[in-house]
Design a protein. Structure first.
Length: 215
């Protein structure tokens, strides 16, 4: 089982982004997690395509782009051109999930589906064979630094059961409120990739925190 860490740039210092990108390059982190918010799907606005393009210039690890936007299909190609290696879009933002997943595949990019805390895992049963990753939101999307929702463990278990019954290699990513306390429990429960924003960037020693999160 993989134990990957994806620091979320949302909590980085945007006045000195290159410094934080270089820190992640040097660390044991595996991916860059980039949160795109449109102020409509979620009650916050973050950053967009030009920033992703600039991060790509310096990042030496894959860019994991998490779209918290309405009409995500409209922007897949632009984010791919900007340098995304994997794109996750929300179940709740897509009317034709299968079509959206195929659109990402047609672009030659890894496809992830993100689900909000209230969305039942069983709704993913019929598309699990088509996706590379499921992103389980463990807070309500929109902000960094929120409190982890404990029901997430149950959701990981349910998703793991679906993945085993369908015999797929789908990765499980957990996003929101990940810290040094719950990280080992989340990996043990079956998570493959943990996103961490506040835990990494509020620390005086982010490199060591990333190493500890990895376990
Ligand atoms: C929340 C974002 C997360 C966020 C995680 O909407 O999707 O990726 O940056 O931040 P922390 O780890 O601080 O909860
Ligand atoms: Zn995210």
């Amino acid at each position: 089982m993989s134990h990957l860490i994806a620091p979320s740039i949302l909590s980085a210092d945007f006045s000195n982004l290159k410094k934080d990108i270089e820190m992640i390059n040097k660390s044991y982190a595996d991916w860059f997690h980039l949160d795109i918010m449109d102020g409509v799907f979620v009650p916050n606005i973050s950053f967009g395509i030009p920033v992703v393009r600039d991060i790509k210039k310096h990042a030496k690890k894959p860019l994991d782009v998490h779209l918290m936007i309405t009409d995500p299909d409209k922007y897949f190609s632009d984010f791919k051109k900007a340098g995304a290696d994997i794109i996750s879009f929300h179940y709740e933002a897509s009317n034709h999930l299968h079509r959206s997943i195929q659109a990402l595949k047609d672009l030659g990019i890894k496809a992830g589906v993100a689900i909000n805390p209230h969305t039942n895992i069983s709704l993913l049963e019929d598309i699990i064979c088509d996706v590379d990753m499921i992103l389980i939101m463990s807070v309500n999307p929109g902000f960094g630094g929120q409190k982890f929702i404990e029901n997430t463990y149950d959701k990981i278990q349910k998703l793991k059961n679906i993945i085993i019954s369908k015999n797929t290699n789908t990765l499980i990513q957990i996003d929101g409120g990940v810290n040094l306390d719950n990280a080992p429990k989340l990996f043990k429960a079956g998570a493959d990739i943990l996103v961490a924003g506040n835990t990494v960037f509020s620390s005086d020693n982010p490199i060591s925190v990333i190493q500890k999160l990895k376990g």
